[in-house]
Design a protein around this ligand. Structure first.
Ligand SMILES: *Cc1c(COP(=O)(O)O)cnc(C)c1O
Length: 378
């Protein structure tokens, strides 16, 4: 056999992953193996995946336009609903233009591969998402990673006018924010471009949910490339790249996973459009989420696990050991709470953790229950 499919090493190290089958997800709750659980593992931070407005929009679009885009965007897949979505997204976020992708993973791959040649440098925060790290590794550019959020280390690595700095708005496994004042200053001084992956900031942070840059008071035009996803706080799926009109037209021509991939189904585009409209007015949901975050952090402060300094929906409890992390997650599950057990290689060795995610859909009682079970698990 030409391939080694053995997983025994991973299994021995407590690192083998298996695929659960979830029977039903309904915002704060999910069902699996015939049992109901409180869901603390999703990324539906505002509960929009269940919103009546999004369901109605997807329904209506399916009836009016059918369920498939039938072609890639440059052929006949780019329809009026996609254009409306692009325009409203750009207006909301203060971007000149955007283009839509069917996933954040492919958006990150596409933009890095389309822009960077072997003459370029790519500087990435060490904790950037796998889609960015992998795009960098596959691109011909020379990639350097810098210590998480460490501007002095980054400054020492930068070369003038020779590439792209990429960081996240809210780090997906840690919940803390990138230093966007520091990053924009270094990018300006060195004449390099800057890209933000705001998968976890969009909808949750900033004025009208515009994301991390708005939260930190950084002007959108200081960051040449904005990437956001629709699968987290917007409750649907898909992603966009935003920037200058010249950048977006360049990508229409060079982003291979855009050019050679069937465009987003119209019901999906319609649901995202409804989410974009709803999220701007969702200040009450954002406040409710902040309240749950405060409640959770107070409730677990006395546990013997490191709680990372996160003010966002992502609240990781660092356990360290892989097997202990799995055992804790199993204990929580036995008591009706579903949380993610995140292990290497998703996070650095020795930092296995429970990745607990909160949502505006959770009630005060839901969070109280999780806190109590965590205390009783010791
Ligand atoms: C989820 C995520 C992605 C990938 O987005 P998908 O639309 O789920 O493919 C990219 N970057 C970050 C930081 C993410 O958390």
């Amino acid at each position: 056999m030409p391939f080694n499919l053995s997983l025994s090493e991973r299994e021995a190290a407590g690192l083998k992953r298996s695929l659960p089958v979830i029977e039903r997800v309904e915002g704060r709750r999910l069902w699996a193996d015939g049992k109901g659980y409180l869901n603390f593992a999703g990324n539906d931070y505002l509960g929009l995946s269940q919103a009546a407005e999004l369901r109605a929009a997807a329904d209506a679009a399916a009836r009016e336009f059918g369920v498939g885009a039938v072609a890639s965007p440059l052929v006949v897949g780019h329809q009026a609903i996609h254009r409306t979505l692009e325009n409203e997204l750009a207006d909301w976020l203060g971007l000149e233009a955007v283009l839509l992708f069917s996933s954040g993973f492919s958006a990150n791959q596409a933009v890095i591969k389309a822009l960077l040649g072997k003459e370029h440098w790519l500087w990435q925060d060490r904790l950037n998402h796998a889609s960015l790290q992998e795009a960098g590794a596959l691109s011909p550019a020379r990639m350097q990673r810098f210590a998480h959020n460490n501007m002095a280390v980054l400054a020492a690595k930068l070369k003038p006018e020779s590439g792209l700095i990429v960081s996240e708005g809210v780090f997906s496994m840690d919940g803390d924010q990138g230093d966007w004042h520091g990053l924009t200053q270094l990018a300006e001084q060195s004449g390099n471009w800057l890209m933000i992956d705001d998968a976890h900031g969009l909808g949750v942070l900033g004025n009208q949910g515009r994301g991390t840059l708005s939260e930190q008071g950084v002007a959108a035009e200081k960051v040449q490339i904005t990437m956001g996803t629709f699968g987290k706080a917007l409750g649907v799926s898909g992603a966009f790249i935003g920037g200058s009109r010249a950048l977006i037209e360049y990508l229409h021509n060079h982003a291979r996973s855009y050019v050679y991939s069937t465009h987003l189904p119209p019901p999906q585009a319609a649901a995202i459009l409804a989410a974009v409209r709803l999220v701007q007015k969702a200040g009450d949901k954002r406040e409710q989420l902040r309240e749950r975050v405060r409640q959770f952090r107070e409730g677990v402060a006395s546990l013997p696990f490191e709680l990372l300094p996160s003010a966002t929906a992502i609240q990781p409890l660092i356990v360290g050991d892989e097997r202990r992390t799995l055992a804790l997650a199993a204990h929580l599950r036995e008591h009706g709470c579903w949380v993610g057990a995140i292990r290497p290689p998703t996070v650095p060795p020795g930092s296995a953790r429970l990745r607990i995610t909160l949502s505006a859909a959770h009630t005060r009682e839901d969070v109280q229950r999780l806190i109590e079970i965590l205390h009783r698990s010791l």
